[in-house]
Design a protein around this ligand. Structure first.
Ligand code: SF4
Ligand code: SF4
Length: 97
């Protein structure tokens, strides 16, 4: 399992923004920050937090409850061979069946 890079490509691949655990009010709050990253050229992100790509950044400052997780279906998850879900909440082990 490799360290997930904080790049625009990974941020665009992240499924968190389409996740049922991501409340709409949190998406609205995070929108300006995310938009800023989308407009930047690709490369290592310098932001302390973008409220997305939680497997690379810190857990969310807004999401408090898990209602399903899109991580296992995400390209970043496969690319970096991740082994957890719910990175927004600090991460729990993923067991494929
Ligand atoms: S880490 Fe998982 S549960 Fe959290 S927002 Fe992303 S896809 Fe949803
Ligand atoms: S593995 Fe989860 S937190 Fe990481 S980029 Fe994919 S959806 Fe986002």
């Amino acid at each position: 399992m490799a360290q997930v890079e904080k790049t625009k490509t990974n941020l665009l691949s992240c499924r968190c923004k389409f996740c049922p655990s991501y409340p709409f009010r949190c998406l609205l709050k995070a929108a300006p920050k995310m938009t800023k990253v989308f407009l930047m050229p690709d490369g290592p992100g310098k932001e302390a937090h973008v409220e997305s790509l939680f497997c690379a950044y810190e857990p969310s400052n807004c999401i408090k409850e898990g209602n399903g997780c899109k991580c296992p279906g995400c390209l970043v998850f496969k690319k970096y061979q991740l082994d957890k879900m719910y990175y927004c909440l600090g991460g729990i082990a993923f067991e494929s069946k």
